[in-house]
Design a protein around this ligand. Structure first.
Ligand code: MRU
Length: 363
């Protein structure tokens, strides 16, 4: 574990150190905002644990971490036979796929690593198998940087100067390769000299808004106000919010969108106040293999996150607890989806199909 350098503007959520025999380093997000600490992942099990425990979290960042995890899982020197490599590749992919269920970027990245590995083995390139896998993981990582910048540029055009904007959870640099999705829109506004005031939902129970989004906005000197989740309606009623921008973990073919628990409530409140509700997400977050949000698997997390948040008991022993980590916002509540290819508006099966095209998933 190392103390990360204090960067004022760039968040390097993940980085690979060395060649194909190297290792992954990621910011341990469970330690923020009090400590900026990096964690070294030298085997696939450590990557799996980091994803499961939300040391690395946010849909695109989970996908990038898993891609590097595949490289780590294939580093075993004993594997020289092509058939053994193929079997191990499948084993590592199946293992990582069980870390978290909702963010589709995880499965997208694993599918891409499988396709790369299979192609390398078919070319009898097993000599450079690991190097080829690392190149693919690095490509996924680099592409996400560019994707985030493009989302920011498209999204910034939608926001008015001087307006109030509300976000939920963390869809920032920490959740992606570098610049974020929803937060990339705010960062781009700042780059363009367009002033905004961001209202940050604290995001119970794990406080990604308070711990991570508030931290990222403070790092960049963006005006922000932290509110409890149950205050969003009040700030909207007071006329302080002119738009909502959130990220996404999985978007179904009809536009229904899974994101952090509480997002659906914000969308309902936005509709009640006539405030546009935008989703900012890369095309890698679309899952056109599923028809609607009904089919999105929702992660259930431990009761202790609610009864013993951050180590302190706040509920009586034995109380029943329900702790879904995500909810689904129906497409009808979403004004537009901001992607790296442009803005999808209105949100419908047809407009999504036209923007994204056909996709296939195996994992
Ligand atoms: O449980 P988390 O912290 O991984 O949930 C993250 C979110 O819901 C984000 O809003 C989403 O992944 C978009 S990240 C660009």
């Amino acid at each position: 574990m190392t103390q990360a350098p204090n960067r004022r503007t760039a968040v390097e959520t993940l980085r690979w150190v060395g060649d194909e025999r190297g290792y992954l380093v990621l910011i341990d997000q469970t330690r923020l905002p009090l400590e900026l600490v990096e964690r070294e992942c030298r085997d696939v099990e450590t990557v799996w644990e980091a994803i499961k425990e939300l040391r690395v979290r946010g849909a695109p960042a989970i996908g990038i971490a898993a891609a590097y995890g595949v490289v780590l899982g294939l580093q075993s020197a004993a594997l020289s036979q092509s058939s053994a490599l193929g079997a191990r590749l499948e084993e590592v992919i199946a293992y990582l796929a069980k870390s978290r269920p909702t963010a589709v970027n995880l499965f997208w990245a694993l599918d891409r690593m499988r396709a790369k590995g299979t192609a390398l083995l078919a070319q009898s390139a097993s000599g450079n198998f690991l190097g080829g896998l690392l190149a693919e993981a690095r490509a996924i990582h680099e592409e996400d940087r560019a994707i985030c910048r493009a989302i920011g540029r498209y999204g910034a055009e939608l926001l008015a100067v001087g307006g109030g904007v509300l976000t939920h959870c963390n869809a920032g640099g920490l959740a992606t390769a570098e610049y974020g999705t929803a937060l990339s829109v705010f960062f781009t506004c700042q780059d363009q000299g367009k002033r905004l005031h961001v209202f940050v939902d604290e995001t119970r129970p794990l406080l990604q808004g308070a711990r991570l989004t508030a931290w990222e906005l403070a790092q960049r000197g963006i005006e922000a106000t932290l509110i409890c989740d149950n205050m969003a309606g009040q700030v909207m009623r007071e006329g302080k919010v002119q738009a909502v921008v959130v990220g996404a973990d999985r978007i179904a073919a009809n536009g229904d969108t899974a994101n952090k628990i509480g997002t659906y409530s914000v969308a309902v409140l936005a509709a009640a106040h006539g405030i546009p509700f935008y989703v900012a997400a890369p095309t890698t977050t679309f899952d056109l293999a599923i028809d609607s949000g009904e089919q999105i698997p929702i992660e259930q997390r431990s009761r202790e996150e609610i009864t013993h948040g951050f180590g302190r008991q706040t509920a009586p022993d034995g109380i029943a607890v329900y702790n879904p980590a995500f909810d689904v916002t129906p497409a009808r509540l979403i004004k537009a989806i901001i992607t790296e290819r442009g803005v999808i508006e209105p949100v419908s099966r047809e407009t999504i199909q036209a923007a994204i095209g056909p996709t296939k998933r195996r994992t």
